[in-house]
Design a protein around this ligand. Structure first.
Ligand SMILES: C[S@@+](CC[C@H](N)C(=O)[O-])C[C@H]1O[C@@H](n2cnc3c(N)ncnc32)[C@H](O)[C@@H]1O
Length: 279
């Protein structure tokens, strides 16, 4: 069963036979670049996008539904929040804050895959002079996050429904101060490694959109993925490991514990943070 099966039902029930053991640092990290392509050919010569997420239907609570439909929450929702997010025309995240108290030039954090949004909103509330853009594909999470932003009357939050990779490709270079990716879907099975967010190809897209001196901050509770990440990221030209090559970093005070982190800890997992600075 997927470690993270409630938000993102990555692995179906027939996929359990080759599940990996999370605590296996001795296992070699097999980063096969040929599987890190974001597109792959299909037999009919078309290409298929390899997503880092698997959308699934889950119950939407009343508050989340309210936030997705009531006008008082619309200021938080950049695009259509039901169904697949249409990212057409979203080519600048700073201008989304043009009319807000911080303005467009405030430091900008983008969180990819905020889940239900609790830790994302906690960070935004704790740092009101910084602008925060959250990107998710999970509608109940988008609704819950908008509801929390609205009930706390935050002016530094915007939420986008859609694939973060597609979004980042549309943005200018050197645009974002911090990109955070907390407890991404671990995609435990070898045949799913190509879906892991941290891959050389996807990091090219992430790094392009970061400002010089900007941070990519990630954390995982899945040990195999943690060592995979450090190998990919340490080997990535243009990024420098803040803790030194091969090292993880302590969880910084500004990162609250997330829902999936708590779940991992309850199951006896460790937690590994990594911060990389764009050269
Ligand atoms: C395992 S959950 C972690 C949620 C939250 N960060 C936490 O720690 O509790 C990963 C989330 O990332 C989202 N996600 C994965 N790939 C994404 C992408 N390319 N764009 C936007 N969201 C994505 C999934 O929908 C899912 O909600």
């Amino acid at each position: 069963m997927s470690q993270h099966s409630d938000i993102n039902d990555n692995l179906n029930s027939t996929d359990t036979t080759d599940e990996q053991t999370p605590n296996s640092t001795s296992e070699p990290i097999d980063i096969d670049n040929s599987t890190n392509q974001e597109i792959e050919p299909t037999s009919d010569k078309h290409i298929r996008i390899v997503n880092t997420f698997m959308k699934r239907r889950t119950h939407m609570n009343k508050n989340a539904e309210l936030a997705l439909t009531a006008p008082e929450f619309s200021e938080y929702l950049v695009n259509n929040s039901f169904g697949d997010g249409d990212l057409t025309g979203i080519d600048n995240l700073r201008t989304l804050f043009a009319d807000s108290p911080n303005g467009p030039d405030a430091p900008l954090t983008v969180e990819i895959g905020f889940g239900l949004g609790d830790s994302f909103i906690e960070m935004a509330a704790a740092d009101p002079t910084r602008n925060f853009v959250g990107v998710e594909v999970h509608e109940p999470g988008i609704g819950k996050c908008a509801y929390m932003a609205g009930t706390q009357d935050l002016s530094n939050v915007k939420i986008i429904n859609g694939d973060a990779i597609q979004l980042l490709k549309q943005l200018p270079e050197n645009h974002i101060d911090r990109i955070q990716l907390y407890f991404p879907d671990p995609w435990q099975k070898k045949r799913h490694y190509k879906r892991r967010f941290v891959s050389p190809e996807r990091m090219t897209i992430v790094t392009r959109s970061l400002k010089q001196g900007g941070w990519f901050h990630t954390a995982t509770d899945w040990e195999h993925y943690a060592f995979w990440m450090v190998e990919v990221l340490d080997g990535f030209a243009g990024l420098t490991n803040k803790a030194g090559t091969g090292n993880f970093t302590e969880r910084p005070d500004f990162r609250p514990m997330t829902k999936f982190e708590r779940r991992g800890l309850d199951r006896g997992h460790g937690v590994w943070d990594l911060i990389y600075i764009k050269d």
